[in-house]
Design a protein around this ligand. Structure first.
Ligand SMILES: Cc1cc2nc3c(=O)[nH]c(=O)nc-3n(C[C@H](O)[C@H](O)[C@H](O)COP(=O)(O)OP(=O)(O)OC[C@H]3O[C@@H](n4cnc5c(N)ncnc54)[C@H](O)[C@@H]3O)c2cc1C
Length: 346
């Protein structure tokens, strides 16, 4: 469509892939460039829990609930996308905080309840020492994040999106207050609009046009075992790590890099002693996190043609953010749930 703006998305992680697919679905002309392999950096090392769990202010909780619903829309639109809607069992917090979390979130309408040791053992029968108190959230789930991102990129290409891998956007080019494109290694790539979905690389790139993005990228550990017989029915969050089991039987763990947890020993200790397991890999990923821990999604102020989408919990939010960003760029309507999360905080 020649009258459509030419949109350049920087970043082919789950956020950029979702934005590109949704934009193309609205008829936009889209090119995605990525410095590396399509599939992202944080995305490929993500634990990929889809949730609206504890610790967030209500507007962000509401956005995350919408994010969970939007995964169901994506499953219907792309039948190869499959979410494992297994639910979660969470005892990562002390009992009083778990109870406060349930009281608050149940009042907000979230499907969540406290369970005792016997109930926890029925939900996860292979735990060696089920928690005395845990929170069960039956509607949460997880995806294989790299698979989904590749599926989104492939579906985007079917919609006419051009994908350019292995090209770094070093600068955002501006003329008379308007974005004209990006300056990758091999010259200028022209665009009417640049959407920066570059995760941990976003702040450095956006700074070349002026705006300062308050984003950091602390390390986080992701580890996976070799395939095992079924040990877990759903996701679990313990005080030391978070754990789920993939469809092919791997236990996948996420832990804070500061905690210096021996991931394999901690995983083994969770199950009965006759379970043997070996690590397949362990990596230190980086999770892009805006400094106030809330999404940064919106137009840059005072620069025509620059849009930024950086968030933590990007797996939970990817279908929602993709759809909302496309609607805002193409139709000019900003989704009310996104209102508090622009670049200029209210
Ligand atoms: C260990 C771990 C566990 C996590 N657990 C969860 C979870 O349970 N649930 C959840 O929802 N989220 C989780 N997250 C966070 C989630 O994975 C991220 O929020 C999400 O993947 C971010 O996606 P993204 O596309 O913005 O970034 P990325 O996947 O990092 O993609 C950004 C892309 O931009 C490219 N890029 C960067 N700079 C440039 C440039 N200048 N030019 C060209 N390309 C560039 C990079 O090469 C990369 O491919 C976790 C993250 C980690 C690391």
């Amino acid at each position: 469509m020649a009258d459509q703006p030419n949109i350049l998305v920087v970043g082919a992680g789950i956020i950029g892939a979702s934005i590109a697919w949704h934009l193309a679905g609205r008829g936009a002309r889209v090119t995605v460039i990525d410095a590396g392999e399509p599939g992202g950096v944080a995305t490929r090392n993500s634990w990929a829990w889809i949730n609206a769990s504890w610790g967030n202010p209500e507007p962000y909780f509401r956005l995350r609930v919408h994010g969970m619903e939007e995964w169901r829309r994506l499953e219907r639109a792309l039948p190869t996308v499959r979410v494992a809607w297994t639910g979660s069992l969470n005892w990562e917090l002390p009992a009083d905080r778990l109870e406060a979390f349930v009281a608050q979130h149940a009042a907000w309408g979230y499907d969540v309840r406290c369970v005792d040791r016997a109930q926890a053992a029925r939900i996860e029968p292979n735990l060696a020492d089920p928690p005395g108190l845990a929170v069960h959230a039956p509607r949460e789930g997880a995806v294989e994040p790299l698979d989904v991102t590749r599926q989104l990129l492939s579906a985007a290409r079917e919609r006419g999106v051009t994908l350019v891998a292995g090209r770094i956007a070093r600068s955002i080019d501006v003329h008379a207050g308007r974005i004209t494109g990006v300056g990758p290694d091999a010259g200028h790539l022209a665009a009417d609009m640049v959407v920066v979905a570059a995760g941990a690389g976003a702040a450095e790139l956006v700074a070349t046009a002026g705006p300062v993005l308050p984003v950091s990228a602390p390390p986080a550990v992701l580890a996976a075992t070799k395939p095992l017989p079924r040990l877990l029915n759903g996701l679990i969050m313990t005080p030391d790590l978070q754990l789920r089991q993939t469809a092919d039987g791997r236990l996948v763990a996420a832990a804070s890099a500061d905690a210096a947890v021996d991931v394999l020993a901690t995983m083994r200790a969770l199950f009965r002693p006759n379970v043997t397991m070996d690590l397949d890999f362990q990596v230190a990923g980086r999770r892009p996190i805006p400094n106030d821990r809330l999404p940064l999604v919106g137009r840059a102020v005072g620069l025509d043609g620059l849009y930024v989408a950086v968030t933590h919990s990007g797996v939970t939010l990817a279908p929602a953010v993709g759809s909302m960003v496309a609607e805002e760029i193409v139709a000019g309507r900003r989704h009310p749930l996104l209102e508090p999360f622009g670049l200029a905080r209210p």
